[in-house]
Design a protein around this ligand. Structure first.
Ligand code: SF4
Length: 417
């Protein structure tokens, strides 16, 4: 098998990994159109400053000895198997970079022979890229659960971001659907990364000569809908991970059925809407000061599919509203549907010189079709509906109709067309 054949197989096999933000769509550009999308190849990721980066998204190997029920690469599936050598993958990355196809590498792998064997090869790829090829592009690398601590620590010296996939929201589901994986073998490297990233940041404050360790932090991916856990349980888990292991992002990946297996649910289509709502709720955890127990509870364990989680929270908490735009503090402003971090900051800054009216709010970016039911401006309501949550819900749903589609899921640009 030549390198191009391997590349086709191993970029195709990587497409179900959502933690690089891009996969799954396939579309050919016709005559007169610009570009195309295919299920394997180059994905896009976003840097901290908002820049979009093109990455070669590829597996080192799809020759897996594990048999996870939900995975196309599981050992019991009759798919074509192959693995790159270290030299092949280093050479491809450099050639694609020189041709301006990519700005970096997203490297993952199936478990070839053993976690340590696989991880040693992956570390050898990134070590060689950094040390011998002097490659300074972005590298996102997966940690193979069960590999040794030393390999995790070495990987962090070369990769910008590392991630250990948590895969499923509970230990029970992991044992049932991925019987060769252990909860501890996933959580331990996550904890090690969290500690090492924090310690490295402190050391670098004292001396800039200390080498950087995974400077873009760590992330993880969780499959949604392959197992029975509620959204509440999923958000509690994400919240715990953000707090305990210094995680940068949890990527939620709607379960896409690729195997027939009676341990898996039968779904008419992947739960993309649920995935979308979880991303919105996760955003509330990370940026809006909400806790998982505020967003959901034992009594309300699932997110409202029709309404964004912030609006759903507001309707369940009429006692919190109305919020007066000209008096409320920043934290209270952030709880208003239609007011984001930027507009809340603008309101607080501009209030020193001006009194806000509904028109002024629109001009600074407040989404009035949502906010109008929950605010007053110097005591004057925009809408007098505070005591009619059912009617507000209907109006919010009508306003959401145009925008409630989940974002176009994950595109990749083909390397082969
Ligand atoms: S370890 Fe499991 S999820 Fe990963 S490639 Fe192998 S079968 Fe798939």
């Amino acid at each position: 098998m030549d390198t191009l054949d391997k590349l086709k197989i191993l970029t195709g096999s990587a497409r179900y990994d959502a933690s690089c933000a891009s996969s799954g769509s396939s579309r050919s550009g016709g005559e007169g159109s610009l570009g195309n999308a295919s299920s394997g190849g180059i994905c896009h990721s976003w840097s901290d400053d908002g820049r979009c980066i093109s990455l070669l998204k590829v597996l080192l190997s799809n020759d897996c000895r594990y048999d996870c029920a939900y995975c196309v690469n599981r050992s019991s599936n009759p798919v074509e198997r192959t693995s790159f050598t270290v030299e092949e993958l280093v050479g491809l990355t450099i050639r694609f970079y020189r041709r301006n196809y990519i700005e970096g590498l997203f490297l993952s792998s199936a478990v070839e022979k053993s976690p340590d064997y696989t991880m040693e090869k992956m570390v050898a790829v990134v070590r060689r890229l950094r040390q011998e090829e002097k490659f300074f592009g972005y590298i996102h690398m997966k940690i193979i659960p069960g590999c040794s601590r030393e390999l995790v620590k070495e990987a962090g010296l070369y990769a910008d971001r590392l991630s250990v996939n948590i895969e499923l929201p509970s230990g029970d589901s992991l044992s049932r659907l991925a019987p060769q994986k252990r909860k501890e073998s996933i959580l331990k490297p996550m904890a090690l990364l969290g500690e090492t990233i924090s310690a490295n940041r402190l050391e670098r404050k004292k001396s800039r000569s200390v080498p950087r360790f995974s400077p873009a932090g760590q992330s993880t991916q969780m499959i949604i809908g392959a197992s029975p856990e509620s959204d509440h349980r999923i958000l509690l888990l994400s919240q715990g991970l953000y707090k305990k292991v210094n995680l940068k992002r949890v990527y939620y990946s709607a379960y896409v059925p690729v195997n027939h297996d009676n341990r898996l649910p039968v779904l008419a289509k992947p739960p993309l809407k649920r995935e979308h709502r979880l991303y919105q709720a996760d955003w509330l955890l990370r940026n809006y000061g909400f806790s998982a127990d505020e967003i959901l509870s034992r009594e309300h364990p699932f997110l409202d599919e029709h309404l964004d989680p912030k609006a759903a929270w507001a309707l369940r908490h009429p006692e919190f509203f109305p919020v007066d735009i000209n008096r409320a503090d920043y934290a209270a402003l952030l709880r208003v549907p239609g007011i984001g971090v930027t507009s809340a900051k603008r309101i607080v800054a501009a209030r020193r010189y001006a009194v806000f009216t509904p028109d002024g709010l629109k001009k600074i970016g407040v989404v009035m079709k949502r906010a109008r039911y929950f605010i007053t401006c110097s005591g004057k309501p925009v809408e007098r509906l505070f005591d009619r949550p059912a009617l507000i819900r209907r109006k919010l749903l009508a306003a959401e109709t145009d925008t409630s589609q989940p974002p176009l899921k994950q595109r990749q640009i083909s390397l082969f067309q």
